[in-house]
Write a protein that binds this ligand. Structure first.
Ligand SMILES: [Fe+2]
Length: 255
């Protein structure tokens, strides 16, 4: 696919399609908007030291701003704005001691279920940017009431961002499902590591197709641990992938 887009693999790509010089890090995005850096409240960083180590890697990868997004999933990670913002303060206090000078904020990755449906009515949701809320759905099946929940979210003034749609394998047989998600008002967020095959070949292939078709609005690291940082770092040496990413107008630059 890439050879079709870029001609010979040997061809030297010196500029991205938007006319900017190609860079070999993620500084062209400015911000990352999906990660798990608040210590001890989900399956990401477990200690402040973990958080700092991951933030150091993000800084080395070229990011200048982070909106970290702990899971809110009532059965596993019953987080609240208070637990998230309390943890964010601990991280921010430690950052200067380790030379981290990125802007670090927090929102959440909300799991769509009946508990989330109730939250829409009872409390302001944490947003990645303005009214934009990061949501995820089950990896096993599409929620039967997804349409109802997305409708209610939008009716309540929120803009949903669907996390890593390429990872929902029950959509793989029919790529029109992704168009339907967009028609239902969702922004789509690519996990960058999906492009490496980290989540498997089918996920990689769907991510490439959606990226090629210009379907993604955001991209994120979804970083939980150092292994994810290593995989993300490996993308930097893949010139064609970097050029494709840099040619795409991701909304990350608006954060
Ligand atoms: Fe996540």
């Amino acid at each position: 696919m890439f050879s079709k887009l870029f001609g010979s693999k040997k061809e030297k790509i010196t500029e991205a399609y938007n006319g900017q010089p190609l860079v070999d890090d993620f500084s062209f995005l400015g911000a990352d908007m999906h990660s798990h850096f608040i210590p001890g409240i989900d399956d990401g960083a477990q200690t402040v030291e973990d958080s700092i180590a991951l933030l150091q890697r993000m800084q080395e990868l070229g990011y200048r701003k982070i909106v970290t997004t702990p899971h809110i999933k009532v059965d596993h990670y019953p987080n609240t704005p208070a637990s998230i913002m309390g943890g964010l303060e601990l991280v921010k206090q430690a950052m200067p001691m380790y030379g981290i000078n990125m802007h670090v904020h927090a929102a959440a990755e909300y799991f769509i279920d009946d508990y989330f449906l109730g939250l829409i009515d009872t409390q302001p949701l944490l947003t990645v940017r303005e009214n934009e809320v990061l949501v995820e759905i089950s990896f096993m099946f599409e929620p039967f009431n997804l349409g109802e929940i997305l409708f209610k979210l939008r009716n309540s003034g929120y803009q949903p961002i669907m996390a890593h749609p390429e990872r929902y394998m029950y959509y793989h047989h029919d790529l029109d499902k992704y168009r339907e998600l967009k028609d239902r008002g969702c922004y789509l967020q690519l996990n960058l590591n999906s492009l490496t095959g980290y989540y498997g070949k089918p996920v990689k292939q769907v991510a490439e197709k959606l990226l090629e078709k210009g379907m993604y609005d955001y991209c994120g690291s979804d970083m939980h641990h150092i292994k994810h940082a290593d995989v993300l770092n490996s993308i930097r040496s893949r010139q064609e992938t970097m050029a494709l990413l840099q040619s795409h107008p991701f909304r990350n630059t608006l954060i």
